[in-house]
Design a protein around this ligand. Structure first.
Ligand SMILES: [Cu+2]
Length: 153
């Protein structure tokens, strides 16, 4: 009897210890999982805020571009192919015009000042340096050609 009790005592202690140990391990596993999850969330949050910052930047840029477009659209006659430009120099003999133009989406060209050929010298009849114009520009091989020009007021 005594032997039996004695033998049971350590056994239940062991079992109890095992249980505690298992429980503790489970708890620490949960803790690790929680920590890992928190780390993942933090990383995700950091990533998404970085992405958000990028998106915000892109959006700002887009907004600026859209603003320029809507300014164009506020003008009376609107042609999507027309680009706002300012005449810098007219060379009728060479059939060339220097324009400071806004970005030309269809040609994937940013705003700049450059020399264009004109399709017809008559386009230059009314153009003078300093004029604000709307131009239609097409690409012909390596050359950019002004095919239409309107004075914009
Ligand atoms: Cu250009």
């Amino acid at each position: 009897m005594v032997t039996n009790t004695n033998s049971q005592q350590p056994d239940s202690q062991v079992r109890c210890f095992n249980f505690t140990s298992t429980f503790t391990r489970k708890q620490s596993m949960n803790l690790i999982k929680t920590l890992a999850m928190a780390a993942t969330l933090t990383a995700a949050t950091a990533l998404s805020s970085a992405a958000f910052a990028e998106a915000a930047k892109a959006h700002d840029h887009h907004k600026a571009a859209a603003g320029a477009t809507s300014a164009t659209k506020a003008m009376p006659t609107v042609d999507a192919d027309m680009t706002n430009a300012e005449v810098r120099k007219v060379d009728k003999d060479a059939k060339k015009i220097t324009l400071k133009h806004e970005a030309i989406k269809s040609l994937d060209m940013p705003s700049m000042t450059m020399v264009f050929q004109v399709k017809d010298a008559a386009l230059l009849d009314k153009a003078q340096a300093g004029d604000k114009v709307k131009v239609k520009i097409i690409q012909e091989g390596n050359a950019y050609v002004v095919t239409e020009m309107q004075t914009s007021k």
